[in-house]
Design a protein around this ligand. Structure first.
Ligand SMILES: NC(=O)C1=CN([C@@H]2O[C@H](COP(=O)(O)OP(=O)(O)OC[C@H]3O[C@@H](n4cnc5c(N)ncnc54)[C@H](OP(=O)(O)O)[C@@H]3O)[C@@H](O)[C@H]2O)C=CC1
Ligand SMILES: Nc1nc(=O)c2c([nH]1)NC[C@@H]1CN(c3ccc(C(=O)N[C@@H](CCC(=O)O)C(=O)O)cc3)C=[N+]21
Length: 285
């Protein structure tokens, strides 16, 4: 058996086309969804992600502003900027690119962003809403993964979903969203004992570790659905996921590639959240 490859990039394009129409209609009501991205320092991977996001915003018609600040920016300066943006009505979404330099306390920044403008879905209020099954801004990568599964009408209910990785931005929230969809969820992480036994029993396997070739075809169950979140740069300078694609493809029923898998959906859901925020601010939701 050879798996069907799910190109998140194709779903992303389709959703961006739909959003573009929606934004055009909003503009006729004088509503322009506005996003501000704050990037501190000059990390090349972050700069590349931010560029992709600017391009997608332009395509959809979201008014996106990039604020780049020097590495030495203080926590107080960043908090002051966030305060200004929280109070600016033309700004519907605020994203502070992570990770931040060591001298800035990440949690203080996340909590300073108004939950109503937290289009990353990282604020504790939004995480709490997600955990209690309420509608809110869901974290973009996990939300994109749910959309990828739904786009292929893959049933989540009753399935055993195994998540490798428990970060606040990917692993934990993707498990929560899958639980909300009635999956049975197992989290694995660096302290998990006998991890391969869980992986072998996964109907849906989500891999978010950040290590090339972490999972191979031998690890997974026949017919499993494999979602590869990892983005690793190879020694040749290309991008690759956490899953050894060629071997896994022969065992899985569906698999996402890297690039062109989850990544483009992350950006798409960021735009979705920004448009949603603009609609809410104008009492359209
Ligand atoms: N495509 C996209 O849109 C996005 C892709 N990414 C990519 O996804 C990957 C993960 O990102 P992120 O969640 O932020 O990463 P983190 O580094 O924050 O988390 C990695 C997780 O993997 C776990 N882990 C590490 N080593 C092992 C091991 N040997 N066995 C089992 N678990 C292990 C860690 O466990 P522990 O908690 O115990 O340390 C941790 O929970 C990265 O490659 C990143 O680039 C990230 C965001 C978006
Ligand atoms: N506040 C915050 N929010 C984030 O959502 C956030 C963040 N910080 N910090 C870093 C991670 C990483 N991340 C990615 C988004 C898109 C791709 C993506 O589009 N990848 C393309 C390839 C892009 C390329 O070619 O460089 C793909 O997989 O096809 C990757 C990674 C968002 N993150």
């Amino acid at each position: 058996m050879s798996a069907e490859i799910i190109y998140g990039s194709e779903l992303a394009q389709k959703m961006r086309d739909e959003m573009k129409e929606e934004v055009t209609a909003l503009k006729e009501k004088n509503i322009v969804p506005g996003l501000v991205v704050i990037l501190i320092g000059e990390d090349p991977a972050s700069m590349s992600y931010v560029k992709g996001k600017q391009k997608a915003s332009d395509y959809v018609g979201v008014d996106s502003e990039l604020i780049t600040l020097p590495e030495k920016t203080t926590q107080e300066e960043l908090l002051e900027l966030i305060d200004q943006l929280n109070n600016k009505s033309s700004v519907n979404g605020i994203l502070v690119q992570l990770p931040l330099p060591d001298h800035i306390y990440e949690q203080a920044i996340i909590e300073a962003i108004s939950p109503e403008k937290d289009v990353d879905g990282f604020h504790p209020v939004n995480i709490g809403r997600m955990m209690t099954g309420k509608d809110t801004f869901y974290p973009c990568t996990p939300y994109g993964i749910i959309k990828i599964l739904q786009s292929k009408s893959i049933e989540i209910e009753g399935k055993h979903a195994v998540i490798i990785g428990r970060s606040n931005i990917v692993g934990k929230p993707v498990g929560q969203l899958l639980l909300n969809e009635n999956a049975t969820v197992t989290y694995c992480h660096s302290r998990t004992k006998d991890m391969r036994s869980y992986i072998k029993n996964a109907d849906i396997l989500i891999v978010a570790v950040g290590r090339e070739h972490f999972i191979t075809g031998e690890d997974i169950k026949e017919g499993a659905i494999v979602i590869d979140v990892g983005v690793n740069r190879t020694s040749e300078g290309t991008l690759t996921g956490d899953v050894e694609f060629d071997s896994a493809k022969e065992i899985a029923s569906y698999i996402t590639p890297v690039p062109k898998g989850v990544g483009p959906m992350t950006i798409t859901m960021l735009l979705h959240n920004t448009i949603k925020s603009a609609k809410k601010a104008n009492n359209l939701l």
